[in-house]
Design a protein around this ligand. Structure first.
Ligand code: IMP
Ligand code: MG
Length: 175
């Protein structure tokens, strides 16, 4: 891992503070009683999924879905594939999709459509990062951690060619 190629955009403490706020907001928005199905989009959202789950003061279920749209490049191929499906049924469930970053919006608009066909009670999206300048497909994100400029970022789950996921901070990867 070449640390000279990255500079910190969002330090770990700032990420954790924002996740506590999002957890409080989500706990406030969802009634007690029914579990919230937190669906992690592998692999980039794993850190956010794990930390956000612990910041939510409600009953939750944790499941994982695999989607591939990028390969090794920095730009979306526009092609989305389901590589791993959920283990559980979401029929009648309150689903919260957990994503690392919304870029073109292609991944999330595809996934939301796929999950809605399974007749959940509700589907919302929580994304840690949003790069609105790059949007190609409109997608409604109920919970956004940070809006960031059009820079390629790594760390806290986000990768470049599978590298840098274990950085605690979110960093800009220099070209
Ligand atoms: P979208 O379909 O273009 O919105 O792409 C979303 C996916 O692209 C995310 O789940 C990330 O895996 C990846 N992605 C987009 N921007 C970045 C970035 O700046 N760094 C790392 N991955 C990114
Ligand atoms: Mg991803």
């Amino acid at each position: 891992m070449d640390r000279s190629k990255v500079r910190v955009l969002l330090p770990a403490e700032k990420i954790q503070a924002r996740i506590r706020e999002l957890g409080a907001q989500i706990s406030n928005d969802y009634p007690d009683g029914r579990p919230i199905y937190l669906i992690c989009i592998l692999k980039g959202a794993v850190m956010f999924h794990a930390d956000l789950a612990r910041a939510i003061d409600r009953s939750v279920r944790m499941d994982f879905i695999g989607i591939s749209s990028y390969g090794k490049n920095k730009t979306s191929s526009g092609e989305v594939r389901l590589t791993k499906d959920l283990d559980t049924s979401i029929e009648g469930a309150d689903v919260l999709i957990i994503e690392d970053i919304v870029d073109s919006g292609i991944t999330l608009s595809y996934l939301k459509h796929v999950l809605e066909q399974r007749r959940p009670r509700s589907v919302r999206i929580a994304a840690l990062l949003d790069k609105p300048e790059r949007r190609l497909r409109p997608v409604e994100v109920a919970y956004v951690g940070f809006t960031i400029p059009d820079e390629f970022v790594v760390g806290y789950g986000l990768d470049y060619a599978e590298e840098y996921r274990n950085l605690r901070d979110i960093c800009i990867l220099d070209p």
